[in-house]
Design a protein around this ligand. Sequence first.
Ligand SMILES: [Zn+2]
Ligand SMILES: [Zn+2]
Length: 446
Amino acid sequence: MDIPRRVFLVFLLGLSCTTCLSSDSSLSSNGSPVSPQKLLDFAKSRDFSEWMIGIRRKIHENPELGYEEFETSKLIRSELDKMGIRYKHPLAVTGVVGFIGTGKPPFVALRADMDALLLQEMVEWEHKSKVPGKMHACGHDAHVAMLLGAAKILREHQEEIRGTVVLVFQPAEEGGGGAKKMIDAGALENVDAIFGLHVAPHLPASVVASRPGPLLAGSGFFEAVIRGKGGHAAIPHLAIDPILAASRVVVSLQQLISREADPLDSQVVTVAKFQGGGAFNVIPESVTIGGTFRAFSNESFMHLKQRIEEVVTSQAAVQRCHATVHFFSEENLFFPPTINDESLHKHFKKVARELLGPHKINDMQPMMGSEDFSFYQEVIPGYFFFLGVGDDTGERYDSAPHSPYFKINEDGLPYGSALHASLAVTYLLDQQQKFQSVEGGPRDEL
Ligand SMILES: [Zn+2]
Ligand SMILES: [Zn+2]
């Protein structure tokens, strides 16, 4: 997940002041044959949590970058084999998709990302990364372990699954657009809804946080090359100066937010790169500028993209320069906003309340970070939430994701696996009951 460190800290500090969500609904009212509490008790049993922590540590010791998660993928398949869970592989190079349940509709997916970061781990502990310069500093090792944990829980309660749970282990979340490639490979085939989680080390274990609607921003990058005509700095009238043109472009881009965007619709345009020239007395041929833009709705995001291109090319033309703009969409550096489905939010609250209690569910403000889980949400209803893997003091686990000092409280893992399993089991039951009440009977197998 791409979340600036300072923003993450502000978000987490803000969480302590947020109001707990509450709901009058109860799981028992839907007649679930297996209560979330029962699944949590199973997940918290000593043997189970030690097995799950062991998997997380093994992956942590051997971090692999996007589309290189070969050993992680192998470990996942080996565990699924041991559980007798069938799966498809490979999808998107290293991806794995498992299936538990009846093999019939409805279908619900649970997602975990598998990739690590180019970062040297600075935490000294028994299971420190054994690969120099690579580290699981975003907790994706824990995500894999928790989804395997959910698989084990679901396998143990297979007879109580009223449909099919699809386990999506995806590569390359960290800027590689692995989710998009998984969708292209058919990971969401027949799937009605998808749930995903991300660890949050500044929240105590057993606390969760999310919100309905926009949660994380859509994120894009742009790079523009502004071409003029090089020449002697003392004879500017014989040159066409791209430095001046690029400077005007930067200033004009800032007006997109201050003058064109609705002040109540948070957006960002940042020019973070400005490269051109190398001598005091030479006007260069060209200047390259680049940066990021963020927004919480597809409409605002696409509008920003269009206006960035217009402003860059038009403003450069005013200065007699020619500009081209590249948005890296083919390189999968273009993430849509993460927008949580409203009805899945109600479902999440209901399940989390039953499993954790009402005081462990925090409402949160949207953040300008981004997640490629949003690609799934473009195709089907999806819900993304944060899971506490810190402690009550907020001190022992005080490093944000992507820090070389990042660490998590493994006591949080059973909650993640139980939440995954409970969200899926109760979703399938609700769907089946809804369908039966409308149609008077179950659907045929697809
Ligand atoms: Zn990340
Ligand atoms: Zn992440």
